[in-house]
Write a protein that binds this ligand. Sequence first.
Ligand code: EPZ
Length: 420
Amino acid sequence: MDKFRIIGPTPLQGDVHTSGAKNSALPVLAACLLTSEPVILHRIPRVRDIGTMRRLLQHNGAAITERDDGALTVHTPEVTQPEAPYDLVKTMRASSLVLGPLVARAGRARVSLPGGCAIGARPIGMHVTGLEQLGARMEQSHGYIEATVPDRLRGCLYTFDRITVTGTEDLLMAAVLAEGETILENAAREPEVVDVAELLIKMGARIEGAGTSTIRIQGVARLHGAEHTIIPDRIEAGTFAAAAALTGGDIRIHHCRPEHLSAFLAKLRTAGVDVREEGSTLHVKAARRLSSVDVDTQEHPGFATDLQAQFMAVMTQAEGISLITERIFENRFMHVLELARMGANIRVEGQRAIIAGPRRLTGAQVIASDLRASASLVIAANAAEGETIIDRVYHIDRGYEKIEEKLRGLGARIERIEAK
Ligand code: EPZ
């Protein structure tokens, strides 16, 4: 397994450009299954999870070609194999995003249950009950969900028990081809949900309310091809903003939609960080003195759980006690023990982490555990004195495009040690 070797401390300075959002590209790619016509997509990031989704779509019958300008064309004249096999799903839970499109387009689907992952159980019960209410017959056997539709999905009113991002996206993609009206209540409001809805509307779907808690869909008989550019990755932007704050740096983050991470930026400002929004550029300059700030992760537009680990790394340098409460996932503090190996003073009590700062960070050997925990270790390593070796960096390759190149562009001393 590849490792990163990072020498610190380095104040990260300069310009960086975000890539397209991984968590938008995944449902957007799945949405291509809904039409027999080609869909052209721009700014799809070249990261491991996207590679997995491309292999999955090809397994379903899609032809995917890449233009020399980097645009992807996804063309599924026919769904030849409406299934998501375990060996693909076990590496990426978001594979369940093909469930809705396969049921809607092919009238059947066989999708492996995702199983757990590092940050939690990650069930998909709401995806299943939602499809049932849309008229699909859902069975579970041998670790797979099997869905069949007698004739066509029928619109319904479905209220999510709790807010789920991919659950909202999955059912939205199923409902666009259902007969009649579907109303999704207590829907997720993330910008990535809005982005996939915008593609679906370009494909001929009739959707109102994406980005609010109530999404109203009038089903249509079929969808046509379209062209779409996905939104910038707000979590990548937030990760670089945290890097500037933590390393005493000064970074301009281009290709950004600051309004997509306003809760996170508000907390950075409260901590004393100088955060300026200059159109699609976010200019972040470290504070001379960081103040401790409390955070509760929430569904959008609240503080994003995907930025919790990165913000915790920043709070290791803040004066006083910070309380970080993780309300979305049951096990999203794996970065705590690794940050502690670097000198951080963090105690975990249930879903709450108590950070006492400032504590000087020193380089250490640490292990990445999930995508965003890895990111927090990478930025901490740039603030730490000496050498840090981060193992299992395939976690970070899942969601950060050209991360070494982008960090080197900001002055980081980082190299990848390829596994033998
Ligand atoms: C999406 O995951 C993101 N992934 C995650 O980003 C992100 O952390 C998460 O939303 C929360 O914002 C993608 O968009 C591909 P959920 P998702 O369903 O949809 C529970 C990253 O780092 N739940 O909103 O899987 C669930 O267990 C990844 O890029 C049920 O109980 O998350 C969790 O506790 C990590 N039953 C909570 O809801 C269900 O049927 C929110 O999960 C579905 C979810």
